[in-house]
Design a protein around this ligand. Sequence first.
Ligand code: GLU
Length: 426
Amino acid sequence: MIAEAAPVSTHDKEFNPWLAAEARFNEAARRLELDEGMQKVLRTPAMEVTVHIPVQLDDGRLEVFTGYRVQHSIARGPAKGGIRYAPDVTIDEVRALASWMTWKCAVANIPFGGGKGGVICDPSVLSETELEKITRRYTAELVDVIGPERDVPAPDMNTNEQTMAWIMDTYSMHKRTTVTAVVTGKPFQLGGSRGRVEATGRGCLFVTLQALRRFHMEPADTRVVVQGFGNVGGMASKLMRAAGMKIVCVIEWDGALYNPHGIDITALAQHRKEAGTIRDFPDAEAIDPKDALFLECDVLLPAAKENQIHSQNAGHIRAKILCEGANGPTTAEADRILEDRKVFVIPDILANGGGVTVSYFEWVQDRQGYFWNEGLVNGRLEEIMVNSFKDVTSLADHHGVHNRTAAYMLALDRVAFAVKLRGIYA
Ligand code: GLU
């Protein structure tokens, strides 16, 4: 189970990510008493581009795919954010995700704005060659939009190191020189950074450890439920287990596994690699995925997709800490329910900032042409995640607001400050 029984459709008001982003923005702007004009500047995306991508499929047919790139803000630096491939990508979704990148980079205090891209396609039915063609033509259409000083894409849902290698190559061919810093999340051999693949999961670990400290909880007594066993959920559970926590449940789209003594994550990853599914894993009990999200636990880590915790199911959540590994896993309407239930939420724009933070390190390394070892990357990542956690939670304590509102307040204030300093060019 990834999507719960409720009518999860981006056409529904509650499930429209752009409206969800707006609701959080409005609350923080009101608390900060930001003036109307500044609110307009901050909420409006700086640029939105739609491209149509003609591709010859393997069977000879011509198909045209639609792609987007939204630069939400460039006030604090180049736009930064991933590209996702999915059949249900919408401009509202890309717009929301681009704005979340702006706030995420501001919370981490790294010198980027926010952007996001998406292509409407179903990678599960496309061959490697077809994906390469889509990626290269999408990049060629955006060659004047992206760039190391303008807008730096990265992987997101259904894109990976190989996708980034194609983008880097296509962009470089157009520029007649190799430009590694145009994308992050590249293979290490092409200017990628050590630790980038693990970075989002590792960042989730660092902020979760901070939350445990706050509640005087020990990792060894911590039960974790993870939704999603992809890059973020898979890495986070591996690293959390290595830190002593028990991963009692893993939920995937095709099943859920439960073991109160903790699942052996390395063995599960191996099983999934061989079997292509988490089902039939011998060392855990198969449970109904519909109930798994509601297990009593210390940490719930939604690391799949948007809108998983909503007004219909938030009342059943029995986690002490919610660490949002995915972007937008909780709807704005669910926020209030979780607040009433006293769930300690580590909001997405804080919790999953580890990925873009190491992307920033990658960009710095590419521009310097000097590469860091993994210890240095992870140490600097920890410093940023711990500082971000402290910045957000101190602001929350100071203003008597919840962490999500505090994170947005911190981010809006930092971006508004940059806009004021730069002034409005006319
Ligand atoms: N797609 C990731 C995110 O949503 C990473 C973005 C990046 O590294 O630019 O944070």
